[in-house]
Ligand binder design. Structure first.
Ligand SMILES: Nc1nc2c(ncn2[C@@H]2O[C@H](COP(=O)(O)OP(=O)(O)OP(=O)(O)O)[C@@H](O)[C@H]2O)c(=O)[nH]1
Ligand SMILES: [Mg+2]
Length: 341
């Protein structure tokens, strides 16, 4: 399944029905008075979080979401029917922005949570409301108001607790596969991962966390080099970053590069708890790996774990360390800011 994480959709709420102008004309009450009822309100376009969904794929096939108009008021003081709301299911982590202004309309995370994306128009008033002592037979009614209509931009941000960052080829996807049942594409060339992958890591019977693997970052990613830094938005709400470094490359330089790109994306993200997975230990002599690990720890001030994702070495202590830092990360997931990045 392709991972669609962005979509643009046209939303149109229903117009309110017009108020009616009508008079009662009954056999024995020829001038029964104004009796035009109110128009019904239109239907709104509402998004609702559905736990079972994980992509924005549906929007690709349904780029126009139009709710029904309210019906006009009728005679005999009858109200017009309301237009039905259009309730659209979205995955957890869906953010909706006004395409024109960039303003955040909704940030939908919790299953069942709802947000009105396009507000319905109100029904107009029928002439029965306009009677006064001097105006016995008003020929006045108000029209329904239009519903909101606009283009919105929808983004899906994986709601992962831990995020893997690193240069291309560092072994992020291999590590995700070692940590979880996820089976991302792994290959010996850069930019294998083109869209984020998510995995579920079971720590013990009653402890688990989710981890996201994103495309590799390179020097100048914030300038658009490589695949850019846009995928970092999927890590915006992670509480722990895991820097994945290749011990057989130049891990200190690589760490600095990656950290710089993360900082260029969002300064707050580098302040968050982080640890280092010094990967591909099978390619280095054990002494060398330990020596580099110590240097890295001194250079970064972070906890360094020597692992081989490919050979599943050092994975359990790494999982324990991630779980521990998630436990102490008392702050909730950072709330995303009001502008799409
Ligand atoms: N020897 C060795 N090779 C590894 C290890 N981990 C990953 N690799 C290899 O490194 C290459 C890249 O691994 P990936 O997991 O695709 O790397 P990535 O960081 O996800 O790369 P991008 O998706 O391009 O950013 C693959 O050929 C892996 O088999 C390891 O622990 N030891
Ligand atoms: Mg990858």
């Amino acid at each position: 399944m392709r991972f669609i994480d962005e979509a643009r959709v046209y939303v149109q709420a229903g117009k309110g029905g017009n108020g009616a102008i009508a008079f009662l004309r009954e056999k024995y009450r020829p001038f029964g008075g104004p009796a035009g009822g109110d128009g019904g309100r239109g239907g709104s376009v509402i998004f609702e979080v559905n736990e079972g969904m994980s992509t924005l794929l549906d929007f690709k096939y349904q780029p126009r979401l139009v709710a029904r108009d309210g019906e006009p008021g009728r005679g005999k003081q009858q109200y017009g029917h309301q237009g039905d709301d259009l309730v659209v299911r979205v995955p957890p982590g869906t953010m909706v922005f006004n395409e024109e202004t960039g303003a955040l309309i909704a940030d939908l995370v919790v299953p069942g949570e709802r947000a009105i994306i396009a507000q319905a128009g109100k029904g107009g008033l029928g002439n029965m409301h306009f009677v006064s002592s001097t105006r016995r037979a008003p020929r006045i009614a108000t029209p329904g108001t239009p519903g909101d209509q606009r283009w919105v931009k929808i983004e899906l941000r994986l709601v992962a607790e831990a995020g893997l960052v690193g240069l291309p080829n560092a072994g992020k996807s291999t590590l995700l596969a070692a940590l979880s049942a996820a089976r991302p594409k792994i290959a010996p060339y850069p930019f294998t991962t083109l869209t984020p992958n998510l995995g579920h890591v079971q720590v013990s019977d009653d402890e688990a966390f989710t981890v996201a693997d994103i495309p590799g970052l390179i020097e100048g990613a914030h300038l658009g080099h490589g695949l850019g830094i846009k995928f970092l938005r999927h890590l915006k709400r992670t509480r722990v970053l895991v820097y994945v470094l290749d011990v057989s490359a130049d891990p200190i330089v690589d760490f600095d590069t990656v950290r710089r790109e993360v900082a260029a994306f969002d300064d707050a993200m580098v302040g968050r708890p982080a640890l280092i997975a010094l990967n591909k230990s099978d390619l280095a002599a054990a002494d060398d790996a330990q020596h580099i690990a110590r240097e890295l720890a001194t250079h970064t001030g972070l906890d360094v774990h020597v692992i081989s994702a490919e050979q599943h070495a050092g994975i359990d202590p790494l999982v324990a360390a991630i779980a521990a830092s998630l436990r102490v990360a008392t702050e909730g997931p950072a709330k995303a800011d009001a502008h799409p990045s």
